[in-house]
Design a protein around this ligand. Sequence first.
Ligand code: XIL
Length: 335
Amino acid sequence: ILQNVSTKKGQAFHFGSTYDTYDADQAWFTTTFQTFYKHVVSENGCKWDATEPTQGVSDLTECLATQSFATSNGNTFRGHNTFWHEQTPTWLPGSFTASQLTGTIIPQHVQQEIQGLGSSVTSWDVVNEVVGDGVSNGMTPLQCVQNKGDWPTVTADGSGQPLVTDLSFIYAAFNTAFTYAGASTRLAVNDYNTGGQDAKTACVISLIQNIQENTNIPYDRLAIGFQSHLMASAGNFYTKQELATTFSTLAALGVNAMITEMDIEINSDNNANLRYQAAIWGDYIDACLYASNCNEFINWDPRDDLSWRGTAAAATLFDSNGNPKPAAYEVAARL
Ligand code: XIL
C-alpha cells in the first residue's frame, strides 16, 4: 500500500527505522523494510556494550547481522553509535583515566566498529548525547559538553571532570572515525532536544564547527543528528520553519543535517491525536526533504508495541498490529 521514499531531487534519500535480529515478528520486519522503510539502524546491536563486551575484543555479531538484514532487503545502513555514556560495557565505567580513554580506549573502539562495518555505512553517530541540558546561549563548545552531568559513568575518578578538561576525547573519536570510514560516510554529533533556535541547538552547531577546526575533517563529511524524540501534548517539537532555519544554517557551513531517532508520544491513540501526530511528522519530513543537506531520516522503532517509549505512547508510524497509522500515510504522501 505504501511506497518507499527513496529519491529526493536526484539524491539518495535514506528513510528508515530501527531493527535488531531479536525483535519480535521478524516476518513483519522483512515485509515492511522491503516495501516502506529502506534504511536500517540497529536499535541496540552496535552500542558499546554489545560490540566490545570484553575489553579489546571486538564482537560485531549483532551489529553485522543488522547490516546484513539491510543488505539482503535492498536497504542502506547507518551506524549508531561509537561513543555514548549509556549502554557501556561493564569493564568500562570508572576504570580508566581521561588520558587512557582518549589515547587508547575510545580510538580503539571507534576503529573496531567503523572498520568492521565497512565503507558502505551512510553515516555514523560518532559521539552520542555529549551536550548538557542546562546549557545557555553563548557557552563555548567545552562548556556545552562540561554541562553534561553524565561523565561519571565513563571516567575513572567518579567526578567525570578529567574526561572533559578539554574536548580531546571527541577529537580522538572523530579523527579515528575519519581514518577508517568510507569516503562518503557522514560523521555525526547526535543529540536530543535539538533542531530549533535554542541554546542546546546552538551548542551542537558550535561543537561541529569546533570539531572541524581541530580535526580538519571537511565540513561535507560532518553531520548533526537531530534525534527528535517528541511529545505532542507537551508541545515538545519544533515547527517546520524552525527546523528549516537550523538546516539552512548548517547548509551554509556545508554540514549535513539528519533526523536520526524520530518518535512522537501521543498517549491516547484517538483520531484527533493520530491526526496531530501525522501533521507533526509531515512537517519534519518536509523540512528534511526541502533542505539541500538533509538526506537521512530514521524513525526510532518501527511500530508501537516495539517502541522504547512504551506501547501506550503510540509514538511510531505503525500500530501494534503492524498496520500503518495516519502518520505513515503522511510520510507516503510526500513522494
Ligand atoms: C534506546 C533503545 O531504544 C532501547 O531499546 C534501550 O533499552 C535504550 O536505548 N537515545 C539514543 C538511543 O541515542 O540509543 C536510545 O535507544 C534512545 C535515546
